[in-house]
Design a protein around this ligand. Structure first.
Ligand SMILES: *Cc1c(COP(=O)(O)O)cnc(C)c1O
Length: 219
């Protein structure tokens, strides 16, 4: 099994308009370089420290996406270079990203993470919280962040009917939000196991790890 072959197989099946984020968390630099050599330029990580180490060591034309839960006190470490933050789920976090982005004189693109799964454990905003953020004066005053889309994770289940229902729900929220947030263009949903359903339901960005790099070893 090779990373290049896996990447090619996945890309062949992806519609052209769907962006592939190669989720490289826990994987060594050589694995990322194999994907890079095969043309991949967007990588997703879920730990800021690990992502920053990789950013320091790998080619500078890589776009780094933070896909994990973000602790506010660590935003400063990625503010210089991160290209998209997927898991934003509070106004406090948006304010911190804005503040750190300002220090680097840049605008950081963000996705608001919406809670669509049945599990209690997944992060994300409910509709009320989403409404409160986008209606607030404070949100509209932030000049160094741009909310460009939404992100969500379906329940971890083999029940395709349920997964589809959750992705449909996120897509309908996305469609409603394009009115108050006209810059919305990214709908980040779908991972190795469920990206086919996610794309059928309107995903524009899939986050795929194990199908490219193989299973992760957490030690
Ligand atoms: C790890 C992770 C992925 C990739 O998962 P795979 O099942 O390995 O494709 C996608 N999204 C998020 C938020 C993740 O943490």
């Amino acid at each position: 099994m090779s990373i290049k072959k896996n990447l090619k197989d996945i890309k062949e099946k992806l519609p052209k308009e769907v962006t592939l984020v190669a989720v490289s968390k826990t994987k060594p630099l050589e694995d990322l370089l194999a994907a890079y050599d095969a043309g991949q330029r967007i990588f997703g990580e879920n730990k800021i420290q690990e992502m920053t180490q990789k950013w320091e060591q790998l080619p500078k034309d890589i776009q780094w996406h933070m896909i994990g839960h973000v602790q506010r006190n660590k935003v400063k470490y990625m503010a210089e270079y991160v290209s998209l933050i997927h898991g934003v789920d509070s106004l406090k976090l948006l304010k911190e990203i804005d503040k750190q982005a300002q220090k680097h004189d840049r605008i950081i693109a963000c996705l608001l993470q919406i809670h669509i799964a049945e599990e209690e454990t997944k992060f994300g905003l409910n509709l009320t919280e989403l409404g409160e953020i986008i209606d607030s004066e404070e949100f509209r005053s932030l000049k160094n962040i741009e909310v460009v889309g939404l992100m969500g994770m379906a329940t971890f289940t083999t029940n395709d009917v349920q997964i589809r229902k959750e992705f449909k729900n996120l897509k309908s929220i996305f469609d409603k939000m394009t009115k108050p947030l006209p810059n919305l263009s990214v709908l980040s949903m779908g991972m190795s196991g469920d990206h086919t359903i996610a794309i059928e339901e309107g995903s524009t960005m899939v986050r795929i790890g194990s199908s490219i790099f193989g299973a992760r070893n957490y030690s």
